[in-house]
Write a protein that binds this ligand. Structure first.
Ligand SMILES: NC(=O)c1ccc[n+]([C@@H]2O[C@H](COP(=O)([O-])OP(=O)(O)OC[C@H]3O[C@@H](n4cnc5c(N)ncnc54)[C@H](OP(=O)(O)O)[C@@H]3O)[C@@H](O)[C@H]2O)c1
Length: 261
């Protein structure tokens, strides 16, 4: 199927690995010119052919500088993919009572305020092109008991923000959707410093054992982690003019983990 994306432009955050890298690859394969952000570019990201822009999006002025550099490089923005997010580099609280202000603010800076600031900076360019925004939430926004509450609440804020944005800017031609993945096999789970390593250490099990347990524990009916390229395919579809009537919606990709209708 021709997704009619050839010749368009996109900005992707959190693009150096995991889901963001897969999105960058997929969009470029569809003929999209991509400005790809991360704190540090990687050889893998360079190989995609994306324009790599290094920026820390958790700083107050990082998103505006990142979007300015992206707009200059691309000449305009048709699509913004706010993929950046996750558990972050710090320790995760085991219980709400143990959670500190610092853990709450760090989680919201990474998952929510970076998105608010990046979107605010990119919106004028998106309005000009009647573009689209895809924001990354998580199934934990709907089933918060499956992750640290700091993360689930930040993703809940992402979902609410995105729905409100869809209402406000849909009439002016900007389409807004969210994607809510269940567990996706990225370095968040497999890396030595990611959420998977922290969960395994907290439980006193090996990371391999944790990876075997997680799909079942989260009620994933297929029994498997999703793959980043499967999420990237959904991004490409939502970006396409063929999804022109798909707006203000949350797209769950979780192997059946959410059990309610
Ligand atoms: N993986 C899952 O199971 C899962 C499930 C549900 C939802 N999600 C959501 O899907 C999205 C992608 O997840 P992922 O697993 O692919 O993440 P990941 O593998 O941890 O990748 C994170 C990306 O963000 C960049 N990054 C981190 N901190 C940054 C900062 N301060 N400023 C700019 N860039 C930064 C990283 O590069 P640098 O370190 O070089 O900056 C990297 O490119 C996130 O929003 C996550 O919450 C993931």
């Amino acid at each position: 199927m021709d997704l009619e994306l050839n010749g368009t432009t996109a900005v992707v955050t959190g693009a150096s690995r995991g889901i963001g890298l897969a999105i960058t690859r997929e969009l470029i394969a569809q003929g999209v010119r991509v400005a790809a952000g991360a704190r540090r570019g990687t050889a893998e990201l360079e190989r995609t052919g994306a324009i790599v822009i290094e920026a820390d999006l958790t700083t107050p002025d990082g998103p505006a500088r990142f979007i300015e550099a992206s707009t200059t490089a691309l000449g305009g923005i048709d699509l913004l993919v706010n993929n950046l997010g996750g558990g972050g580099d710090h320790e995760l609280p085991a219980t709400f009572l143990e959670s500190t202000d610092r853990q709450w603010t760090d989680m919201f800076e990474l998952n929510f305020f970076s998105m608010v600031r990046t979107t605010r900076a990119a919106l004028p360019a998106l309005l000009e092109r009647r573009g689209a925004i895809i924001n990354f939430s998580s199934i934990t926004a709907r089933i918060p008991h499956t992750s640290p509450l700091t993360y689930a609440a930040a993703k809940g804020a992402v979902s609410t923000f995105s729905k409100g944005l869809a209402e406000e800017y849909g009439p002016r031609g900007v389409r807004v959707n969210t994607i809510s993945p269940g567990p996706v096999l990225t370095e968040q789970w497999t890396g030595p410093d990611g959420t998977g390593a922290k969960f395994a250490a907290a439980r006193g099990v090996s990371q391999e054992q944790l990876l075997r347990d997680i799909p079942c524990e989260m009620g994933v009916t297929t029994g498997e982690f999703a793959q980043p390229r499967q999420v990237a395919a959904l991004v490409a579809y939502l970006a396409s003019p063929l999804a022109g009537a798909t707006h203000g919606a949350d797209h769950v990709i979780d192997g059946g983990a959410i059990k309610t209708v």
